[in-house]
Ligand binder design. Structure first.
Ligand SMILES: *Cc1c(COP(=O)(O)O)cnc(C)c1O
Length: 332
């Protein structure tokens, strides 16, 4: 499905496991829940950006770039995985880290992902939370060019059609794992943000002839904003693949009701979700993304959107290093 003509660097530990969450399913008394372990993609503590970066870094190197440049929040997982991938490929890395979360606990801008960014040798540029990432990125790229470097700029989350190819690959894996274990997947649920994870999954499933619903749970923005972006990325990804499928706007399903007070800010439901998964499954979620997405899934089970007898796959998109920047919120 992914043509060999598209440049790709291979470092993901794939296929990632698809595991039953037996105790959590029993506790909730609804559908059979499974987890696709994309927190275990392998590169420097893993996460969903690693799949995207297989294609992004290959495109960067094919273009002759010597520096990977991207942006995110202070505790950005995408930035950490980009820094790691740059180190592995002998590239430089410069990151714009936006102080876009109202948290000033000791260590928030030193531990977790930030500590790892530094360990991989990335250069960090902290900016205020009210700056516009695309503008900051262009300014930094210009600065790098003036210093004689050759930047490859990725938007927040690495969400371009090139990045989405990583999740076309994930959809292919899931379909194969389902058929290998005679499992009919009735729905897929995951955390959505910059959109390429959801777009890649939707396109990959469609190309393989599957209509499995994909429910994205927002970590930040309202549902209509993300749905529009995912839909646009679907079109661009289909073009890149040279595929002939169509994803309709109505097929893009994003729920915006689990964000709480804002991106990166704790909710009680997030805490409950993290707690349940830790105690029942020894499965670690993170407070910014997967904790809120799992809170959404738990709510969808409790309110009857998913029922007993159905099989629902939660794609664990990673983020666990961020746990350590939220010690104040999570310690019992
Ligand atoms: C980036 C990220 C997401 C969102 O994925 P997108 O492709 O940006 O929509 C979800 N979970 C985690 C842990 C992330 O780091």
């Amino acid at each position: 499905m992914l043509p060999d003509t598209i440049p790709r660097s291979r470092f993901c530990h794939t296929p990632t496991p698809l595991e039953p969450m037996t105790a959590l399913s029993r506790h909730l008394g609804g559908p059979n829940l499974f987890v696709k372990r994309d927190d275990c993609t392998g590169m420097a503590l893993g996460g969903n950006k690693t799949r995207k970066l297989e294609f992004l870094v290959a495109e960067a190197m094919a273009s002759g770039a010597d520096t990977l440049v991207t942006a995110g929040g202070v505790q950005s997982n995408h930035c950490r995985q980009t820094a790691a991938v740059a180190a592995r490929h002998g590239l430089r890395c410069e990151l714009v880290l936006s102080r876009n979360v109202a948290r000033n606990t000791p260590g928030y801008d030193r531990t977790g992902n930030v500590l790892l960014d530094r360990m991989f040798g990335a250069e960090l540029h902290f900016v205020s939370g009210d700056t516009i990432p695309a503008i900051e990125l262009e300014r930094l790229a210009e600065d790098i060019r003036e210093r004689g470097g050759r930047p490859y700029v990725m938007p927040i989350g690495g969400s371009t059609a090139t990045g989405a190819l990583g999740y076309v690959g994930c959809a292919e894996e899931l379909v194969r794992q389902g058929s290998d274990s005679s499992l009919t997947v009735d729905a897929i649920v995951h955390c959505t943000g910059s959109g390429a994870t959801q777009a890649g999954l939707l396109v990959g499933l469609a190309v393989l002839g599957h209509q499995t619903p994909v429910v994205g749970i927002s970590s930040a923005e309202p549902s209509d904003v993300i749905e529009a972006r995912v839909h646009e990325l679907c079109g661009e990804t289909i073009t890149k693949l040279g595929a002939s499928v169509v994803i309709k706007r109505e097929q893009v399903d994003v729920l915006g009701g689990y964000v709480g007070p804002g991106y990166g800010l704790p909710t009680e439901a997030m805490r409950e979700a993290i707690d349940l998964c830790a105690r029942l499954e020894a499965l670690l979620l993170d407070p910014v993304y997967t904790g809120k997405a799992m809170a959404g899934l738990i709510d969808l089970v409790r309110t009857g959107r998913f029922r007993a007898g159905q099989n629902v796959v939660f794609v664990h998109t990673g983020g666990v290093p961020g746990l350590f920047a939220y010690e104040d919120v999570l310690s019992p």
